[in-house]
Design a protein around this ligand. Structure first.
Ligand SMILES: NC(=O)c1ccc[n+]([C@@H]2O[C@H](COP(=O)([O-])OP(=O)(O)OC[C@H]3O[C@@H](n4cnc5c(N)ncnc54)[C@H](O)[C@@H]3O)[C@@H](O)[C@H]2O)c1
Length: 303
């Protein structure tokens, strides 16, 4: 492995924490733009090997070169996958495992809103597939490796925009489809998954936390608004460097060692809605998701 130029312990000014991550491997999804790309820069600055997952080869390569240039760390890799499909997520896990037998930090960052109702080949609506199911599946495909590498951390990039409750029977293909409602439901599911997984991982040294990155001007937030409003949004919203700070901190701050099953609004721990803490609902969601992922014949989504 090539050592990053200069130092192995860096002071991360943005996150305000000192850490040594050289020799550690971090995987960041949705790393070619926005918060994910800045998270890759932040982690690369700590000296870690950073594996960036992206969908598009040329955008991904461009982003990788930029992360190397800005961090001074040459140990930055790129993997390609479309995370709206089960095959894409499995391919990402396989590509990762064919290169690495250790994973210390998994940042499930890829996300977005599909304005139109679209489904993947398995009949799963795409906003749900990308924001909830992809992180669920990827985490499980990499869980043994995370355990083997522990202490290890999983960071789920959620959102403040969480639905108040969810109906498991309606999850995979909500009808009628309302884009922001589907996004809020998927992000609630991510938070509930975080709490359930933290319980599953009790007794191990693998932690999992969810985070709201703030209100950040990125390609995704820009796409959600009419073009005439974008300059104004850019003026009043935070930039992606700020949006990456919470993920970087949750990934590597030594003060958070052992902290698990929590939700952070930027850098502060917060409570989420009452429904998210209902462990019976969490378990229902978890069990159903395991069936989609690992029981042949049950991947079809109408339940
Ligand atoms: N920007 C905000 O204000 C805000 C607020 C709350 C939560 N978030 C969350 O932060 C995360 C990052 O979003 P962002 O704002 O940086 O937006 P972004 O559009 O810059 O980043 C999203 C990333 O996900 C990737 N992605 C999208 N579809 C994909 C697919 N099918 N396969 C693989 N990768 C795919 C994109 O390539 C991109 O790199 C998302 O999970 C988003 O929901 C953002």
């Amino acid at each position: 492995m090539v050592r990053p130029r200069g130092v192995s312990i860096l002071y991360i000014r943005e996150a305000g924490v000192a850490m040594n991550t050289s020799g550690k491997v971090c995987l960041v999804t949705g790393a070619s733009t926005g918060i994910g790309k800045e998270t890759a820069v932040g982690l690369a600055k700590t000296g870690a090997t950073v594996v960036m997952a992206a969908r598009d080869a040329s955008r991904g390569e461009e982003a990788r070169a930029d992360v190397i240039r800005r961090s001074g760390n040459p140990n930055v890799e790129l993997l390609l996958a479309d995370m709206t499909t089960t095959g894409g997520v499995r391919s990402l896990a396989n590509q990762f495992l064919s290169r690495h037998d250790r994973l210390h930090v998994l940042i499930n960052n890829a996300g977005g809103v599909f304005k139109e109702h679209r489904k993947n080949d398995e009949g799963m609506e795409l906003t749900f597939a990308l924001n909830y199911y992809a992180p669920f599946l990827l985490t499980h495909l990499l869980l043994d490796t995370l355990k083997k590498s522990s202490p290890a951390r999983i960071v789920q990039v959620a959102s403040e925009m969480q639905a108040k409750r969810l109906d498991i029977a309606q999850l995979t293909d909500p009808v009628p489809y309302k884009a922001m409602q589907a996004y809020g439901t998927a992000k609630l599911a991510v938070v509930m998954f975080t709490y359930a997984l933290a319980r599953e991982l009790e007794g191990t040294s693998v932690t999992v936390n969810a985070v709201h990155p703030g209100v950040i001007y990125t390609p995704q937030s820009a796409r959600m608004a009419p073009s005439f409003l974008r300059p104004l949004m850019k003026l009043f919203m935070s930039d992606p460097v700020k949006g990456a700070e919470p993920s970087v901190r949750l990934a590597v701050d030594p003060a958070l060692e052992g902290v698990s099953g929590r939700y952070f609004k930027q850098l502060a721990e917060k409570r989420t809605g009452a429904f998210s803490y209902d462990w019976q609902q969490q378990d229902k969601l978890y069990t159903r998701s395991l069936e989609w992922a690992f029981s042949p014949g049950k991947v079809q989504t109408h339940l």
